[in-house]
Design a protein around this ligand. Structure first.
Ligand SMILES: NC(=O)c1ccc[n+]([C@@H]2O[C@H](COP(=O)([O-])OP(=O)(O)OC[C@H]3O[C@@H](n4cnc5c(N)ncnc54)[C@H](OP(=O)(O)O)[C@@H]3O)[C@@H](O)[C@H]2O)c1
Length: 269
């Protein structure tokens, strides 16, 4: 038998995914959350259950593995999925020419294949019911391409274009889709790539947001009917200005800016 409305959030161990999980639990949704760090995601689930009194299922899932995605979609079939947030993702921070191809492929699978499969699993039900919400977490890097991120940026660009294409396919069905393109956000993301938390500070043009701000702005934009959300006026203005530059100047600017602020020189170490 189908149960209460359920929100599925991938990558809810920490950061933006955990913030979406809290937000939808607060709105009364039961949750299916995924992640890989068992203790941490169980702690997130316990906190949410205690605070919001909703059902939270934790499915440990490696989203670059087809079989594990299938386990997740099989589990989802038992519920009425009202919301799907494709949030899980990681960055690699390496020159493509010296990168580990397996990791690059995993990056593409987590950001491209997993969302495609999860969306394909939930859409038929949503379309029949005439309602549902799909949120795909892309990135400001779609607009601000920096060195050592070629596959990440390309995968996030796929997610944004895919969302806009889906929006056209779903017009008139009642199902809403949105791509969120956050700028720098305080989560575990950058630390996993070797950037200590103490370096994650506002400096000049560099501004950091909280995951809760990203989530609140995205849900506000969703209500306004936006299909692509760039959270934060600062990020919005910066991406707009950068994309007005002639491409040749843009490449030079982004390369120098990244070297200065993130140490992203094209050395092949
Ligand atoms: N933070 C930023 O500045 C920023 C900016 C733009 C876009 N984003 C995007 O925002 C999304 C959320 O990231 P976050 O910033 O909140 O970072 P985070 O705190 O590191 O959370 C990332 C989540 O994705 C999960 N994940 C990563 N790789 C996975 C894999 N191979 N299989 C399954 N799950 C995986 C992680 O699970 P475990 O930790 O349990 O392994 C974790 O739950 C990502 O898609 C990221 O690309 C982040």
């Amino acid at each position: 038998m189908l149960q209460n409305k359920t929100a599925v959030i991938t990558g809810a161990t920490s950061g933006i995914g955990a913030a979406y999980a809290s937000k939808f639990a607060q709105q009364g949704y039961d949750l299916i959350i995924t992640g890989r760090r068992k203790e941490k995601i169980e702690a997130t689930a316990t906190q949410i259950r205690q605070k919001y009194n909703v059902n939270v299922d934790v499915i440990l899932t490696e989203l670059s593995e087809t079989e594990e995605i299938k386990n997740l979609t099989d589990f989802m079939k038992e519920k009425e999925i009202g919301v799907l947030v494709n949030n899980a993702g990681f960055g690699a921070n390496s020159l493509y020419q010296t990168s580990d191809l397996t990791i690059m492929e995993q990056l593409a699978k987590v950001n491209v294949i997993a969302p495609m499969e999860l969306i394909h699993a939930v859409l038929p039900g949503m379309v029949v019911r005439g309602k549902g919400t799909i949120i795909n977490i892309s990135s400001e890097s779609v607009y601000m391409i920096i060195p050592k991120n070629a596959v990440y940026t390309a995968a996030k660009s796929f997610l944004k274009s895919f969302t806009e294409g889906l929006h056209l396919d779903l017009m008139g069905t009642g199902v809403k889709v949105m791509a969120v393109c956050p700028g720098l956000t305080h989560t575990d993301f950058h630390e996993k790539m070797g950037m200590e938390k103490s370096r994650q500070i506002n400096k000049g043009q560099i501004k950091w947001m909280s995951p809760e701000e990203v989530v609140d702005i995205s849900l506000r934009d969703m209500k306004k009917g936006k299909v692509v959300c760039i959270p934060g006026n600062h990020t919005k203005m910066l991406t707009h200005l950068l994309n007005m530059m002639p491409r040749r100047i843009y490449y030079k600017f982004m390369y120098n800016f990244s070297c200065k602020n993130f140490g992203k020189k094209n050395k092949t170490e």
